[in-house]
Ligand binder design. Sequence first.
Ligand SMILES: [Zn+2]
Length: 67
Amino acid sequence: MAPTRCPGCPDGMKGPGKYLCLGCWSTLPMAARRLLNRRDSHAMARLQELYRQVTAGVPLAEIHITS
Ligand SMILES: [Zn+2]
C-alpha cells in the first residue's frame, strides 16, 4: 500500500496503517497517542474521534480521545 495524505496537515504523507504523519502524530498529547495505539474493539471509534476533531480544526496538541 502506498502512503496517503495526512488529514492533519496540508502536505504530509502518512504510511499505510498510520492515522497521521509522523510530525502530526508526535504533536498529539501522550494520553491521546497511548489510546490510539490500542487496537481493540474501540479502535475505530477512537480513530473517528481523532478525525472528527482534526476536521473541526482542533489543534493537534489539544485533541482528547475519550472512547
Ligand atoms: Zn500530518
